[in-house]
Design a protein around this ligand. Structure first.
Ligand SMILES: Cc1ncc(COP(=O)(O)O)c(C=O)c1O
Length: 389
């Protein structure tokens, strides 16, 4: 491990903190839900402690400072210009997507997503009594592509598309060319595009994601919760250059009560964007090292599982097709046999069923343990399957 200024090596015991990852199924080594096992940047911790020291925790307004932090961050890092008037606060990306589904579509409408994709997209569409229409991503020679003919056809059926950029779970940064083609097709069919860019900062060290171009049919969802491991504060924004659209969304978020800010959220967001960039740059190096570690381990010790090439997020998409076991059975077996909890690929769409998703945002000690368990689990499975692989 390279020398780092910040501590990405110590294993932090997260048990008994009401952690979804560690306390829901206490006996497992959890490498599923997308949060990280690293301590946050010191500036965030200090800012929260300072606020916590003030002993009154009443209702809180969203300070302009928070919006300015977003504006500065995107301009500084991605050259994207946004203004305060284009933004609305939300308690999370999924709550705001849910509100947008309610105000921009009708019950029974189809909404387009690109599978395999973040499983909550399915839930939020179906729980709002809308239907999922899939533009299935094409998987060839270990890489994913968009089928633009299928996208063109499907966009003629919908009012709304949800894009994930970078894409969870395949870890792909969509190219400018791909994004421009999506933009062109959405405009052709008069479709509003929600661009979920929650994973945008977590790219390989020398890479940058491409923000979706601003235009009247585009709403961007942004949040520091993945980049800085502060999902527990539940904070995000929506941003669009279309004022009328923004008013409609704000109105729905008001009805849904999803636009208020908890007492610590703005403090954490401002400390993240304004004071923790150096920490983020180190984190990206650490995640890249972890990815290389997994890649080498799989090719040397467990070649039956292939790592899908990726350039963003800390979620690895493992191609387990050679095992010929449905992903739920495989992940269930690994949990039962090894206490290793990876996400089953089927959760992300039917075309994800020969994959597992592995969260590698943890100190290397835990990652090594996870890989050892994965190998031991596959050996045990092989014994059951009488040496199939
Ligand atoms: C693509 C994507 N969008 C949204 C979320 C959740 O966002 P929030 O916690 O702000 O609702 C996640 C969490 O893993 C995600 O991967």
């Amino acid at each position: 491990m390279k020398n780092t200024k910040y501590d990405f090596e110590s294993v932090v015991d997260r048990h008994s903190t009401n952690s979804l990852k560690w306390d829901l199924f206490e006996d497992d080594l959890p490498m599923w839900v997308a949060d990280m096992d690293f301590k946050v940047a010191p500036a965030i911790n200090e800012a929260i402690l300072k606020r916590a020291n003030h002993p009154v925790y009443g209702y809180t307004i969203v300070p302009d400072e928070l919006f300015e932090a977003y504006i500065d961050w995107w301009y500084r890092r991605y050259g994207l210009e946004m203004s305060r008037e284009q933004m609305a606060y939300s308690v999370g990306v999924m709550p705001s997507i849910s509100s947008m589904i309610r105000c921009l579509t009708d019950v029974g409408d189809e909404i387009l997503i690109q599978s395999p994709v973040y499983h909550v997209f399915y839930h939020v569409i179906e729980e709002n009594n809308r239907k999922v229409l899939e533009n299935q991503l094409v998987y060839e020679n270990g890489k994913y592509f968009i089928d633009f003919d299928d996208l063109d056809e499907n966009l003629s059926e919908v009012k709304l598309m949800i894009l994930c950029n970078p894409h969870n779970p395949i870890g792909k940064i969509w190219s400018r060319e791909d994004l421009d083609k999506i933009d062109e097709l959405c405009k052709k069919h008069d479709v509003i595009l929600i661009s979920d860019e929650i994973h945008c900062d977590l790219t390989d060290p020398k890479l940058k994601y491409n923000p979706f171009k601003s235009s009247d049919n585009v709403v961007r969802c942004l949040s520091p919760s993945k980049s800085f491991n502060i999902a527990g504060f539940q904070s995000s924004i929506v941003q669009t250059s279309n004022n009328e659209l923004l008013e409609k969304i704000k109105n729905q978020m008001h009805i849904d009560n999803s636009g208020s800010c908890n007492v610590f959220a703005a403090t954490a967001v401002v400390a993240a964007y304004n004071q923790s960039e150096e920490w983020l740059e180190e984190l990206k190096e650490v995640l890249y090292e972890n990815k290389q570690f997994v890649k080498e381990y799989l090719s040397e010790e467990l070649p039956v599982i292939k790592l899908v090439e990726c350039d963003a997020t800390y979620l690895l998409w493992l191609d387990c097709s050679e095992l010929k076991v449905p992903s739920k059975v495989l992940s269930g077996f690994l949990r039962q046999n090894q206490g290793l909890f990876l996400s089953a690929g089927i959760d992300f769409g039917k075309n994800g069923d020969s994959f597992l998703r592995m969260n590698i945002a943890c100190p290397q000690e835990l990652l090594r343990e996870g890989l050892l368990r994965l190998k031991a689990g596959i050996i045990a499975l092989n014994t059951f399957n009488k040496g199939l692989y």
